[in-house]
Ligand binder design. Sequence first.
Ligand code: NAD
Length: 369
Amino acid sequence: MSERASADEAATLEGLIQGWDGMAVVTRFDAESGSWVFVALHDDTLGRPTGGTRLKPYASPAEGLRDAMRLAAGMTEKWAVAGVPFGGGKAVIAVPGPVEGEARKELLHRYGALVESLGGTFGTGEDLGTTPEDMAEVARATRHVLGGHGGGGLLLDPGPFTARGVLAAMRASLARAFGSDDPAGRRVAVQGVGDVGAPLARLLAAAGAELVLADTDGGRLDALAGELSAQTAAPDEIAAIACDVYAPCAIGATVNQASIPRLACRIVCGSANNQLAEDADADRLHRAGILYAPDYVANAGGAIAFGRLAADASAGRDDLYARVDAIRGILDEVFAEAAERDESPLHAARRRVERTLAEGRRRRGASRR
Ligand code: NAD
């Protein structure tokens, strides 16, 4: 790297850290693999910062840090709105390219040792680019991996819990938009039929919804469409399908200034993180008469189940389901507050987060006195 490029990079990392409203960023360069590791601790008002570990290549270390910070802030909102006593945090391992086999295991052990050295101030689990097997490797070096990986067996696959939470969010949305929460006969366009989209499609089919499915993986798409007798659409057409609910369950930013005029749905409710390209898109949806279920509320089911198991490892499936299903009531309240003010539900959800954090700060202050 030239001196100039390296100075620019440092300035960017510096600038990002200076401009962040979070608590701290733990940074490490893993020389053996050429990876940058960032643990972003955003907020500990409600509990210890907790969030997944993302492992992927980035265009630059600064892009990795930016992602860790953005995702950590998102976790603060997700835990707060769901009422789970955790704070916002996220880790990024910005690898230079594919890292496999023994080299991957060793990288994960070193990362685990870094997490352990934080003395329990950060708890983590899997995320994009990490698997349950990866987290079992991390758990060899730290006690702070959630989800039952530490004992050697995986207790929880978050996908079906997230899907169940999206269904609860969809019921709240249908009730608000149509006066009935029954998915029967409603046309739902699901973009992405992976860990969340597939179980969601199965739940919807069982509830009598009419499905249109899309996925860039044609084999996966055809298998599920065959199983559920569902229609299919091309990945670049699914967002514009005429339907009652558009459920983005693949990538972020599919709802944006360019796509909103093409949406032909009454509701946007899915699992994808960062569904909106920018916050202004929430207002654009509101003006277009499309009800938006804020993504971090609708997709909190897996996080809620993890949080419950972290508090009580013996919690049974029915207990987890009941807590995930509570997303319905949370969104009912968010929608009601938004309707009263004639605003996007995104604003009402944000205020709910702020209220929860303010209450947490008050309680913490009181317990210190
Ligand atoms: P996944 O990788 O298992 O599934 C994503 C699916 O989308 C894959 O089948 C993939 O082929 C498909 N896909 C990718 N690009 C696409 C495109 N442009 N159009 C159509 N299909 C496309 O991921 P997942 O775990 O199901 O997560 C889906 C989304 O939900 C992600 O945004 C994720 O961050 C978010 N999310 C997941 C969870 C969880 O519990 N897994 C929790 C919260 C949020």
